[in-house]
Design a protein around this ligand. Structure first.
Ligand SMILES: [Zn+2]
Length: 491
């Protein structure tokens, strides 16, 4: 931030402070150490709502951090609680900084900044040049910072004709766990090759793509210590030339073009502002282009919080055409994810079919995709919780990678005359319905890897200008990929 911007920040903050005087202002930051579980649920006194931190900032285990007026403090005492006043200020941002960053008022070094992640990746690439390759997938909307992806395999320098798995983190700026998990996964995969049997097999047979931070600008707002509440990107949507003033920006995870208008809100101040049109944000165009080029079979997007996996979908109560496969995979991954309090595995739930990454990845490209809401009770989770959440999510990532072995259909389409790979529609009319876009093979290899439960499938391969081929009974075995070659002849 340059000094001129800082000055504007200050004046805007003052202007907001004047307006805020109209309502009773919460100037106290309280800690309540022993919140009963019964008060942490919806309707309870200490319910942690995902997007409304006007009162409750976090409830982690039994410790709540909340904002209060002096009257609310008195009420809590009367109700038998023993709230401790941690901080007092008329500056809201300072209250949030104290709550989320702790007494130091800056982010714990347990959390990675983006430059540290890139440094770590560069060191891995120097030590293991065959196993990891970095490439730029785009730049951020507002600050034009580069966004990087990493390809991991035993021949990482070049794309390989293999099943692909994509992991990403930090669509939402304050959901820092995604960057922690994806970076830890990067290290585990690269350093585990040749030592860890499963990792070695994955790098030999799959291609793994990692995007540790999608929303690089927003992540910087949080990790730099400016504003721990930041969720969206930093797009100057009101065009006033001032950035970094909460709650400006577009919600990157409401900007995908699948039922875009059904997701988020068109209110620019809203925490889930979907943007002016689908794929308006360069961060999300970068993810779109990566997914369309790579055609992953499986994908996970890490968020916080809730200890739940959302997968596609429940659309007006109707499950997705591939529900039998996707629900099975989601449940398998969740069974490896242990909640912070050790009480059991993460929950699994079909999510809505709109505008979020998993809906587009699945609905448009056929990717078995999910969002994992890591941790519970905060977006910026207390530093002492980070290692445990990363460890269990590494187990979940391994469970997902194991799913890339099939069973399923590995179909390659080529031109009968030239042998060149063809991007063609590869569809299963008895499964695929009008709610999803037609699945295709990828442009590079003419390949599609589609996870299927064992059984017999009716497959249609078509491309304009070529004679359509129908495979009326493709048998998918109980394990592994069933390889099928299809040569299309020009009309
Ligand atoms: Zn999120």
């Amino acid at each position: 931030m340059n000094p001129r911007t800082l000055l504007r920040h200050v004046s805007v903050a003052l202007a907001l402070a004047v307006v805020a005087h109209a309502a009773p202002q919460r100037t106290l930051l309280l800690e309540v150490a022993d919140v009963p579980k019964a008060e942490q649920v919806k309707g309870g006194r200490f319910f942690y709502g995902d997007y409304d931190s006007s009162r409750i900032i976090q409830v982690v285990r039994n410790r709540a951090l909340l904002l209060a007026t002096p009257e609310e403090l008195a009420e809590l005492r009367q109700a038998g609680y023993a709230p401790k006043v941690l901080f007092e200020s008329t500056d809201r941002l300072q209250l949030y900084r104290r709550a989320e960053y702790g007494p130091e008022m800056k982010l714990s070094p347990v959390y990675w900044r983006y430059d540290q992640i890139l440094k770590k990746a560069a060191a891995l690439a120097r030590a293991y040049p065959n196993l990891i390759t970095r490439f730029q997938i785009g730049e951020t909307q507002q600050e034009h910072r580069p966004i990087y992806a990493f390809r991991i395999s035993n021949q990482a320098a070049q794309p390989q004709d293999r099943p692909k798995v994509l992991f990403d983190g930090v669509h939402h700026a304050d959901e820092l766990m995604g960057a922690q998990i994806v970076t830890a996964l990067m290290e585990q995969l690269v350093t585990g090759y040749g030592r860890d049997k499963a990792v070695t097999a994955w790098l030999d047979t799959l291609e793994i793509y990692l995007v540790p931070v999608v929303n690089v600008d927003g992540h910087h707002v949080v990790t730099s210590g400016h504003d721990p509440r930041w969720r969206k990107n930093t797009h100057d949507v009101n065009g006033d030339g001032v950035t970094g003033v909460y709650p400006e920006g577009v919600d990157p995870n409401r900007n995908y073009n699948f039922n875009w208008a059904m997701g988020g809100t068109d209110n620019k101040e809203g925490s889930s502002y979907r943007g002016p049109y689908p794929f308006s944000e360069s961060e999300i165009r970068a993810m779109r282009d990566l997914a369309e080029q790579v055609h992953p079979t499986l994908a996970v997007s890490y968020h916080s919080q809730g200890e739940v996996i959302y997968y596609p979908w429940s659309w007006g109560g109707k499950a997705s055409p591939d529900d039998a496969v996707i629900a099975r995979v989601a449940k398998e991954v969740a069974s490896h994810l242990v909640k912070m309090d050790g009480s059991g595995p993460y929950a699994v739930s079909p999510g809505g079919p709109s505008s979020q990454s998993y809906a587009w990845y699945y609905g448009h490209l056929g990717i078995v995709s999910m969002i994992i809401e890591t941790g519970l009770g905060a977006h910026v989770l207390p530093p002492e919780e980070v290692a445990g959440i990363v460890q269990t999510n590494l187990q979940g990532a391994r469970a997902l990678l194991a799913q890339a072995a099939g069973p399923g259909l590995s179909l390659r389409v080529k031109d009968a005359a030239t042998g060149a790979p063809l991007q063609a529609e590869v569809w299963l009319p008895r499964i695929d319905d009008e709610t999803i876009d037609r699945r295709t093979s990828d442009a590079t290899f003419g390949r599609v890897h589609r996870l299927l439960n064992p059984g017999e499938y009716y497959v249609v391969v078509s491309r304009p200008g070529y004679a359509t081929q129908v495979l009326p009974a493709v048998k998918i075995g109980p394990a592994g990929w069933t390889a099928v070659e299809v040569a299309l002849t020009k009309n």
